[in-house]
Design a protein around this ligand. Structure first.
Ligand code: PLP
Length: 439
């Protein structure tokens, strides 16, 4: 009998015993193509020798040194590497152990920045509906997914949620994509004015929305307008690239595609590629200087901040991507994957939209392609699709609640950057069989 408290108490999962390139292997020897990298984590597959060696080397040199006493070589190197490629004037790196921790740190730093800056009234956070920023209480409060928030609502801080930029479902027929983008971006200005311009501390958004919408980028111009509004009202722009960052969309930083830079940026998942739990919050020199020249310390911290083995893995992952030009490969293989999806699902009766960037792709499932009407949520399609794909030897990431946290379904694909064209082709074939079995 297991003593593990599992994610799902009524489902039994196979035991994973090995990893080989893009495949996971269970105790019966069955192989699963890792079509979503777990949740967009395993970007280098499961047996990268450089990363494995980096773990061994660092463990033999220095396993742990508390950041309240020491800095460490891998942490210094990782910060330098990240900053040398980071957008705008992001200049300081706060190393944490995952995505939720990165978002918590970002929210607290935004608040402390305004206090250091003599604007203590700035306390409101604005985020978007149908976003996911993590499961700790601050990050959960910032997220705009009704289903995830529901039972914890009494514990959550008050956060405003404006519309996402979700063209497929929410652009009206009489709007151009640009007009739609301006309309929803301007909701930020309306909300800032409603709350009082001097009371808002930050706006938080994912450049490409992952788990809750299924790889949805914004329309052109949206994020430029968002940046403009934040600048006009002194509101910090926090971008959450925990899922879409670190090369996943064909850019090392997802916001590079938008030609804007945030004040604070959160990354995780692909930074450790699944070999170590690591995340990071990057901030601009202006924010860092306000703290450094003010109280002199960020009132935050965790025991495992800047863990040397995790940081060594972060360095090895980034160097592996840069040395092998994997970001360019993501663009090429991403275009190939999109092409395969369009060939196999472009005319599928129940697939309404195929979208995404790089190796971050989403399929939205609808009952009626003309009206875009979703299926009855009572059918539990997402869960059934996950099971059917698994039976086909494909691990992918279907989610319910695409439209509003309750109705709608999508499938998220985020395969490793090292996936070959033939592996991607096979994965799409498996997905076709899974979809046809379930619907
Ligand atoms: N932010 C985004 C955009 C995410 O997708 C996730 C996780 O899926 C998180 C934050 C939270 O990250 P973690 O699960 O590592 O805490």
């Amino acid at each position: 009998m297991s003593h593990i408290f599992p994610r799902h108490c009524k489902s039994e999962f196979p035991k994973a015993v090995g990893g080989d390139g893009c495949f996971l292997i269970d105790e019966n020897g069955k192989r699963y193509f890792d079509g979503s990298g777990g949740a967009a984590v395993s970007c280098l597959g499961h047996s990268n020798q450089r990363i494995i060696q980096a773990i061994k080397d660092q463990a033999e040199t220095l396993a742990y040194a508390h950041t309240g006493f020491f800095t460490s070589e891998p942490a210094e190197q990782l910060a330098e590497l990240l900053v040398s490629h980071a957008p705008g004037d992001l200049d300081r790196v706060y190393l944490v152990s995952g995505g939720s921790e990165a978002v918590e740190a970002a929210l607290k730093l935004a608040r402390q920045f305004h206090i250091e800056n003599g604007e203590p009234d700035r306390k409101h956070v604005i985020a978007r509906r149908q976003s996911y920023h993590g499961n700790t209480l601050g990050a959960l409060a910032a997220g705009g997914n009704a289903w995830r928030r529901q039972q914890f609502a009494p514990l959550l801080i008050d956060v405003s949620h404006i519309a996402p930029c979700y063209e497929y479902a929410e652009r009206s027929a009489n709007e151009s994509p640009e007009e739609y983008g301006m309309r929803v971006a301007n909701e930020l200005e309306e909300e800032i004015l409603r709350l009082g311009a001097d009371n808002v501390m930050a706006f938080l958004a994912e450049p490409v929305v992952g788990a809750t919408l299924g790889a949805v980028p914004s329309v052109e111009g949206y994020f430029k307008r968002i940046r403009e509004i934040c600048d006009q009202y002194g509101v910090l722009l926090i971008l959450d690239e925990v899922m879409c960052g670190m090369g996943r969309t064909g850019h090392l930083f997802a916001c590079d595609a938008e030609e804007i830079a945030p004040d604070i940026l959160c990354i995780a998942k692909g930074l450790g590629a699944g070999y170590q739990p690591i995340g990071a919050m990057l901030c601009s020199s202006k924010i860092y200087e306000a703290v450094a020249s003010g109280t002199g310390f960020f009132q935050h911290g965790h025991t495992y901040l800047g863990h040397p083995i995790a940081a060594a893995v972060g360095c090895a992952v980034l160097n592996e991507m840069l040395d092998h030009d994997l970001i360019a490969q993501v663009q090429k293989r991403g275009a190939f994957l999109q092409d395969q999806l369009i060939q196999k699902f472009g005319n599928h009766r129940y697939i309404g939209d195929i979208r995404g960037r790089g190796l971050f792709r989403g399929l939205e499932i609808v009952e009626d392609r003309d009206t875009k009407a979703p299926f009855d949520p009572g059918l539990g399609l997402a869960g059934k699709l996950k099971k059917a794909a698994f039976a086909e030897g494909l691990a992918c990431y279907p989610m319910p609640g695409t439209r509003d946290g309750h109705v709608g379904d999508h499938i998220l694909l985020a395969p490793p950057f090292i996936a070959t064209e033939s592996e991607l082709e096979d994965a799409v074939e498996s997905l076709v069989r899974a979809v046809d079995t379930v619907i």
